[in-house]
Design a protein around this ligand. Structure first.
Ligand code: PLP
Ligand code: COI
Length: 346
């Protein structure tokens, strides 16, 4: 193994030692296998190559101040993957199997778990579920492969934790439609955002903010994460059937209430951006990443900005408090009063 420079981690692929997989063939799950061979052999007619029967998850394992290893809320990821698979009408692992395979993946790759001292670093777990049986006609997959891989990661942007990013509103590209699959974690949802991301990145924006596809008047979420804002003493986050139910956002709402903030999950109009004190993206990969500004343009390709919303160059005080609380729970620095962390016995 090449020595990892823990201080240089960002959110990128780093080869690790092994991953864990299990196949479900004809309705029966095989015993999970640990392998160091990361290549897969599949029929070119496997559904995954044609109609995208694919969903995935993202969760993190942390080395704590007490040297213990914690995985943050893997049961929630297990259930969300089941929801995604149900939408795709394909077999899925039980919650127990999902969690056990995540734990196994961490144990098999302990040398890739960043040390406690590296703030913002963790071992990111990437469970995937893909349709594998050969097919030609449009149909859900009967046979699937469930695998859990991992990679050590730092912050999503590669910059220091809590450093601000910029975003642009996507008016001419949708990520999800009103009655579509936006509330599931399907690979296809991300495919829909790739082209728009490339345009935004070329113009220097870090993030894309999607609006509701029907009216383009309300805020949905970023391409990588949920949206939340602070207005006075209130935590505001959009309610919509076409955004991913973020486990980070769900946890932050609890933390916000614990800290005495009001919590509003409601329709959020785009113009409200002008009234928010602090604006952030939140998710497993981004944790909390504050936004310094958001541009509204008639189309992503336009040079003209019709409205420029600014939120300050530094992370807001309340958002920072929320961030500290959540990462302190994950790193064993504050009591996990809600029982969110699963301990991995070494
Ligand atoms: N929204 C999108 C589109 C995402 O990709 C993610 C990342 O998983 C999130 C929201 C945040 O979800 P979570 O906090 O469960 O990681
Ligand atoms: C995560 O936060 O885990 C995700 O899956 C988002 C993705 C942009 C990496």
């Amino acid at each position: 193994m090449n020595k990892i420079d823990w201080n240089k981690l960002s959110f990128g692929y780093i080869p690790t030692k092994a991953y864990v997989y299990s196949r479900c063939i004809g309705g029966n799950w095989e015993k999970p296998v640990v392998t160091e061979d990361f290549t897969l052999t599949l029929s070119t007619f496997a559904g995954i190559f044609h109609y995208s029967p694919s969903c995935f998850e993202g969760l993190k394992a942390f080395r704590g101040v007490d040297n213990k290893i914690r995985i943050f809320r893997p049961d929630c990821n297990a259930r969300r993957m089941q929801d995604s698979a149900k939408y795709l009408d394909m077999p899925y692992p039980s919650e127990k199997m999902f969690v056990e395979m995540c734990v196994r993946c961490v144990k098999e790759n302990l040398e890739f778990l960043p040390p406690y001292e590296i703030t913002g670093a963790s071992l990111y777990l990437r469970p995937i579920l893909i349709g594998t049986n050969p097919q030609l006609g449009i149909a859900s997959s009967k046979d699937v492969l469930f695998a859990v891989m991992c990679s050590p990661v730092g912050t999503y942007s590669g910059a220091k934790s809590l450093s601000c990013g910029t975003a642009v509103i996507s008016r001419n590209y949708d990520r999800a439609s009103t009655f579509g699959s936006g509330c599931y974690k399907l690979g296809a949802n991300y495919a829909q955002s790739l082209h728009a991301y490339n345009i935004a990145h070329k113009s220097g924006y870090r993030e894309l903010l999607f609006l509701d596809s029907a009216t383009k008047t309300t805020i949905e979420e970023f391409g990588s994460s949920n949206f939340f804002a602070i207005k006075g003493d209130t935590y505001v986050t959009p309610r919509s059937n076409s955004i991913l139910p973020s486990i980070t956002n769900k946890s932050l709402r609890v933390v916000a209430a614990d800290l005495g903030l009001k919590v509003e999950v409601r329709t959020v109009q785009v113009e409200e951006l002008a009234e928010f004190d602090e604006v952030n993206s939140c998710g497993t990969a981004v944790v909390i990443t504050p936004l310094s500004s958001i541009d509204d343009k008639p189309a992503l390709e336009c040079e003209d900005v019709s409205r420029h919303y600014t939120f300050g160059k530094e992370c807001g005080k309340i958002s920072e408090k929320l961030y500290r609380r959540i990462v302190n729970i994950q790193r064993g620095l504050e009591e996990d009063t809600h029982g969110w962390c699963l301990f991995v016995n070494e």
